[in-house]
Design a protein around this ligand. Structure first.
Ligand code: NAD
Length: 357
């Protein structure tokens, strides 16, 4: 594996491998850019099939954090960490603390938080070894705590902006929305959508969370295979990455795609395929920034929850700017967002072959 030649590499500033035989830690931390501030991004625990897969994922996610933080106007760069392993098997207080020591050794150039496979309680363990961590518990009314509901709020506001732009409607009464994934973000998103009269179709691999959505939000259940191809106004992917690819895009019937999942486009050119199909795509790292806005305020200290919520309300304005520019220039929304993010990072546009979500 030649990391420097990987198409995900994109001039990363630093890639660090952390190992601790006693705790079983195999971690990789990637810092894409610290131009705008210390690199911030969560720590994912995942059973990667190979080190190459883990490196590719951390690089892709790290660059995504640079774009996300830049577009959210935060004084933060982009970074990410992965710990290799099945979360339930490898996660111990000792492992998390040894990860915290690797984070600490970077002296504040990287700030970690939760991601897939890690929780607020896990970050409390990491915080025993380093102060460069956020996404910890928060006092009532203060910034911080679980970022999931904050991400859901940003996605909800972003869906409203997309519905306004594409369908010319300022309300969600009777608007049909398919939500894929009812976890920390998807569940709260359904709650907000249902309260405004949207008609929900939902899918998740966990039957118990589907049952809860049916009961609480009168949602219709569909299978995980059906959800992507539903004839709906909005498809909100809130589960996995890379779900928008050559195969799935040909089956899509939604007018809008606007959801929380990171790295929804499998390849850079999938954004053009969505545009060609007449589907309005809300770039994932713009619409799903609510969580990092909360994490950022928590880390800097002193902010109230009301300030976090006010900042999240800027997401729809940012999205509308991207939608309008894409229409004016007849380009995919994803390409416009990437270009805007890279301008803010002081980086030239990527060569098309290096475009990978
Ligand atoms: P989560 O793990 O709490 O929930 C994901 C849900 O998706 C789970 O309920 C899971 O059962 C379900 N799922 C898994 N595979 C599925 C499939 N094939 N079909 C349907 N459902 C499936 O994660 P989350 O915190 O809700 O985050 C959701 C997505 O949003 C992830 O891609 C995450 O990276 C992204 N994201 C989350 C945040 C945040 O603040 N939590 C912020 C930005 C982006």
């Amino acid at each position: 594996m030649d990391i420097f030649d990987m198409r995900e590499f994109d001039d990363h500033e630093l890639v660090v491998f952390g190992h601790n035989a006693a705790t079983g830690l195999h971690a990789i931390i990637a810092l894409h850019s610290t131009t705008l501030g210390p690199a911030a991004g969560g720590c994912r625990i995942w059973p990667y099939a190979s080190t190459t897969d883990a490196v590719a994922d951390v690089l892709r996610l790290s660059r995504g954090m640079s774009y996300k933080n830049a577009m959210a106007g935060l004084a933060l760069g982009g970074g990410k960490a992965v710990i290799v392993g099945e979360s339930r098997q490898v996660k111990t207080p000792e492992l998390l603390q040894s990860f915290g020591r690797v984070v600490d050794s970077l002296g504040g150039r990287y700030i970690t938080a939760e991601d897939v496979g890690t929780t607020t309680a896990d970050m409390e363990q990491v915080a025993r070894a380093t102060r460069y961590v956020s996404g910890l518990g928060a006092a009532p009314g203060r910034a911080g705590g679980d970022p999931g509901p904050k991400t859901a709020l940003g996605v909800f506001l972003g869906i409203k902006a997309a519905v306004q732009f594409r369908l010319g409607r300022s309300d969600l009464e009777g608007v049909t929305v398919a939500v894929q994934g009812l976890g920390g973000v998807g569940y709260h998103l359904c709650r907000l959508l249902a309260a405004e009269g949207a008609k929900l179709s939902v899918a998740d691999v966990r039957p118990q969370v589907v049952g809860r959505a049916v009961e609480e939000f009168r949602a219709r259940t569909v299978t995980v295979d059906e959800v992507l191809a539903l004839d709906v106004d909005v498809l909100a992917p809130c589960a996995l990455g890379a779900i928008l690819n050559a195969h799935s895009i040909s089956r899509l019937r939604a007018r809008i795609i606007a959801g929380a999942a990171n790295n929804q486009l499998a390849q850079g050119q999938d954004g053009a395929a969505l545009q060609a199909a007449g589907i309005l795509y809300a770039p994932d790292y713009v619409i799903n920034a609510g969580g990092i806005i909360s994490v950022s305020h928590e880390y800097q200290g002193g902010a109230t929850e009301a300030q976090v919520i006010a900042d999240i309300h800027a997401i729809p304005t940012r999205l509308t700017e991207i939608f309008e520019r894409a229409r004016r220039e007849n380009r995919p929304t994803s390409a416009v967002a990437d270009e805007m993010a890279r301008e803010r990072l002081g980086r030239p546009p990527l060569h098309p072959e290096k475009l990978v979500a």
